[in-house]
Structure formats: structure tokens, C-alpha cells
Design a protein around this ligand. Structure first.
Ligand code: SF4
Length: 333
């Protein structure tokens, strides 16, 4: 099978039907034992210090692993990805384009989906067959997410990682399903481990994966990870076809569409507070202004850059915020 790199979530059903093995360059970068090396490669090639670490990490991963083909998302991803694509193209990487239309009109999404399928020479039937197969795995990941807020038996990090890897099913759907099956068996036999505070995580996935375990040392747990959950397409059952599934995906579309789903989850999961993670030099950081306005819940903004562990200042801010949430919870009782 030919490998194809992803810089963000795209309809992998089409790629798999076309005989490709998609793999997410973000995951390759962030799970690497030496992630800073990928960033160094980018900076040595001229990427500025003042550019988001994800973009540099993806670039470094492409160069290091000699990636030959990628899906370039032309609409629905950030403008930094656009320049990244141009640079990779100049380096000889073959780009195949896909767009999440800004209009967010179902007919436009359908037109793009059909163009994408035609480009890769695959039929709707073949794509739907793969979608059906992947949805069996999505159902299991959704079950783990449900356990995370209803039964207190899933750690925040487990839920974060299992959902995150759904963007490419870790490069191999069958192996990933086996991993999920084993995890489910383990989780279903656990006793509840309740924490005082129920937290939500919103924003792009963090560079600092230790965030999830850190809050658990402070009697709190993330029981909602917004974007990671979107990568797992938790509302797949409501979609009648591939177009509807990728239409009902909040990440690439407008803010209002996204915030409605967050508001729904805040209520459903009975959250006490939210951590909004933003990446240094990312334009999305400004969305904090809107999120603070539109979410009726305490919210703390933390920022990560190149490090893959929390710095002392962020830890202190988290401690103070969780302390405040704990006090609030006692007062409200
Ligand atoms: S963190 Fe922000 S700037 Fe960086 S790739 Fe993601 S959306 Fe783009």
C-alpha cells in the first residue's frame, strides 16, 4: 500500500478505498521521542521562530521520513498550512487537494467530496463500504468516551489519545481496532476512580500531553476533549453518507457551529471548568475572546510552544484555577 501524509483530518475513507495507507503527520511529530529534532529541521531550512510548532513539526516529519505525497487542505485549515504546502511542493512532495468549503453548505461539501472521489478514481459504494467498516471502530471509541464521563473509569490521557489517533487509525484500522478492543476490555473491568472536578479541554490538541495526567494529581479529570473527539466523528450514526459525516465536523467550519457543540457537551457532561489550550503564534488564540463570552463556565487559557511538557508557570496557573473551581463547587453545594 502507498503511504500518504495528512496534515489534518480529511476523508480517509476515500484514501483507503483508493488503496492508500494514510498517516497523520501531526501524530508522527508529537509522539516522537525527539520531537524537537523535527522543529530544528524546519528552522534550519528557514522557518521563522515566530511560527507555530505544529507547522514546523509537520514539515520536519515530512523531510525526515521522506514523505512523497500528502493531502493539502486548501479550505478549512489555517493559512500557515497553505504556506507549508507551497514549501513542500517546491521540495518535490506531491500534493492532492481537499477542501472543507467555507460556505458550510451541504451541496458545496457534496460537490467537493464527489470531486475528491473522482480524483482518486473510487466509487461512492466503495467509500461507503469503508465508512461502514470504520464506523464500527468509531462506535467503540465513542463508547470509551461515554465511559469517561458517565462511569469515571477512563483517564483523561487515554481518552485524548484514543480519539486523537482516529484521524488515521494509527495507520492500520485492523491493528487499531484490536488495540481499542483490548482497551475496552480493560476499562469495562475497572472500578470507578472519581475525581472532584470535571474538566473540559478545548482548542487544538496540546503539545504538552502531560497536561492530562497533571490535573489528575490535583483531583480533577478531563472528561471532554473537544477537537480530539471531533477527529473520532462521534455523531457518525446521524450521517446517512460520507458527505453528511464530513459536513457535521466542527473543526474546519465557522466558530458558531463549533461553539454550539461545545455548549451541548458542557451541559451533557456537567463540567465544572474548561481549559482552553492555544498554540504560540496561532491565530486561533484570539478565539478565546469569543469563547469566554459564549461559554457560561469558568475557563482558563493556557499556551504551549515547543516543549512537550508543561512549564512551571502553567502548572501554577492550573493549580490556582483548579483551587478556585474546587472552592466554587463547595459554595454551590
Ligand atoms: S496550531 Fe494554529 S497555526 Fe498551528 S497549525 Fe494549528 S491552526 Fe495552524
Amino acid at each position: 500500500m502507498k503511504k500518504i501524509g495528512l496534515t489534518t483530518t480529511v476523508p480517509i475513507e476515500v484514501l483507503i478505498a483508493a488503496g492508500y495507507e494514510p498517516f497523520d503527520l501531526n501524530n508522527l511529530f508529537v509522539t516522537s521521542e525527539n520531537h524537537l529534532h523535527y522543529i530544528d529541521i524546519a528552522e534550519q531550512d528557514g522557518f521563522p521562530k515566530s511560527m507555530c510548532a505544529w507547522i514546523k513539526g509537520i514539515y520536519g516529519a515530512c523531510i525526515k521520513h521522506n514523505v512523497k505525497e500528502i493531502i493539502a487542505v486548501m479550505e478549512g485549515d489555517c493559512s500557515n498550512t497553505k504556506v507549508l504546502n507551497d514549501i513542500l511542493k517546491a521540495k518535490g512532495v506531491i500534493l492532492h487537494s481537499f477542501s472543507f468549503p467555507h460556505s458550510h453548505i451541504i451541496q458545496d461539501v457534496d460537490r467537493e467530496m464527489k470531486r475528491f472521489m473522482k480524483y482518486f478514481g473510487v466509487s461512492t459504494e466503495a467509500v461507503e463500504e469503508i465508512r461502514k467498516r470504520l464506523n464500527q471502530i468509531r462506535e467503540k471509541v465513542k463508547r470509551i468516551d461515554d465511559y469517561s464521563f458517565s462511569k469515571d473509569v477512563v483517564s483523561g490521557f487515554e481518552n485524548h489519545l484514543l480519539q486523537l489517533c482516529m484521524s488515521d487509525l494509527d495507520g492500520n484500522p485492523s491493528n487499531y481496532e484490536k488495540l481499542i478492543d483490548d482497551k475496552l476490555l480493560d476499562i469495562e473491568n475497572r472500578s470507578p476512580n472519581k475525581k472532584k472536578l470535571r474538566l473540559g479541554y478545548i482548542g487544538v490538541p496540546p503539545m504538552t500531553g502531560d497536561l492530562f495526567d497533571f490535573v489528575e494529581t490535583l483531583d480533577a479529570r478531563f472528561i471532554y476533549s473537544e477537537v480530539q473527539r471531533e477527529f473520532s466523528f462521534p455523531r457518525f450514526e446521524m450521517a446517512k453518507n460520507i458527505t453528511e459525516q464530513y459536513y457535521d465536523y466542527t473543526y474546519p467550519y465557522d466558530f458558531d457551529f463549533r461553539v454550539k457543540e461545545i455548549q451541548k457537551q458542557v451541559k451533557l457532561r456537567n463540567l465544572d471548568g474548561i481549559i482552553h489550550y492555544t498554540q504560540a503564534f496561532c491565530h486561533k488564540a484570539a478565539e478565546h475572546i469569543l469563547l469566554k463570552d459564549q461559554l457560561d463556565i469558568p475557563i482558563l487559557n493556557i499556551e504551549g510552544d515547543k516543549l512537550n511538557v508543561l512549564d512551571a508557570r502553567t502548572k501554577l496557573r492550573l493549580e490556582a484555577f483548579l483551587d478556585m473551581l474546587g472552592d466554587l463547587k463547595v459554595v454551590v453545594k
